[in-house]
Write a protein that binds this ligand. Sequence first.
Ligand code: AMP
Ligand code: GLY
Length: 433
Amino acid sequence: MPDSHVLFVIGGGGREHALIWHLAKAYPSASIYCAPGNPGIATLATCLPVPAADLAGLADAAASVNADLTIVGPEAPLVAGVVDVFEAHGLRILGPSAAAARIEGSKVFAKDLMRRHMIPTADHVAFDDPQSAMAYARNLRAPSVIKANGLTAGKGVILCGDAGEATRAVQAIMVDRVYGEAGRRVVIEERLEGDEVSVFALVDGEATCLLPVAQDHKRALDGDRGPNTGGMGAVAPYPLDVAMLDRVRRDVVERVASAMCAEGAPYRGVLFAGLMLTRDGPRVLEFNCRLGDPEAQVLMPLLSAGLPDAFETLRAGRTRPEEYAPVDGAAVGVVLASRGYPERPETGLEMDGLEDAADDALVFHSGTATRDGRLVTAGGRVLTVVGRGRDTGAARTAAYRAAAKITFDGVHFRRDIGARVPGVVTVARGERH
Ligand code: AMP
Ligand code: GLY
């Protein structure tokens, strides 16, 4: 991609801040715009006040700044069809169409796709009516997971140890509607055991290329306790042995890319597979149609080439990169959250220490705003502080040194991000799916 291009990014969180930081570094002469952006993004890009839900407004904005390429951060505009809208206006955009984004937008679509194409995943049953779901849950003899179908920002999932917990979860999701309309339909799954990782692939039709493997930390508290959140921190790379990585590539990423082509909805963009690395090999927990947050904050600093260029290479079918070679080293990202997150986060609190923290680490803004010229908190996840180092240990030290310098009333973060990265994760049993 020529350096002087105009790039337009949709979104306004830590993921988009990291993406824009990466683009600014890879293309130093590019003009970068972002809608709606945030105060951190505004230091690197021109922010335009268009909400990510206003698809026609976004297309107008991209056209008015003569964007050469638009990159979409969050899932909601993708699921709503922003790529289709842009393409109908003749605008170049990187991301899956609405038909392809169903892989995230509908858990039932994703599970049926996996079943049809033999992509390894947990066994599941879907229910539309609470009575049948309740009857099924009452008879469960093994640990299960109850999920609301539809978008719930990663929160509509309840892990259950026995039938009693499962029936209470069905009641909460389908009857009490604790996740709103997303709970009209539930998916009940077998509960898998193993290490959980986030795998990202660049996909263009049948062509795929893996990014370094990352791990998110979804629970609110140290030791994976407390409620599920959007993600409290991430680490990359996460070491998989050759056999496990090979399974991930062949049985999951390549198979799903082919499956989407076969279904008439070829996938184009970043595909995110949430995987459980079980003793039998990888099993898919979920697919997302975008980069992860906070995974993007640790992946972007590791990339050795600009993302748009990597997509061009993939699309042109030139060198088919087996893997998008990372630079040396590791990154650890710690999310600084507000008091009350994830249930009732406090907002509007003044923050200090960001400049000092930037001596040791990258500071990406997730939920911040400015008020009378001062930076204040504006969301549950406020900042992601990313340390880099030659290994995970050095990256953790840098991240935590920086995190300790940032203060706002009620700030809290996990102390164990990246603390349990193993030597390598291997497949224990040999059978193939
Ligand atoms: P999801 O939004 O479907 O990725 O689920 C959120 C979290 O619930 C995942 O990150 C896992 O930690 C957990 N989870 C989901 N499905 C399962 C499963 N079948 N077995 C064990 N844990 C699961
Ligand atoms: N970190 C998980 C997600 O972005 O969905």
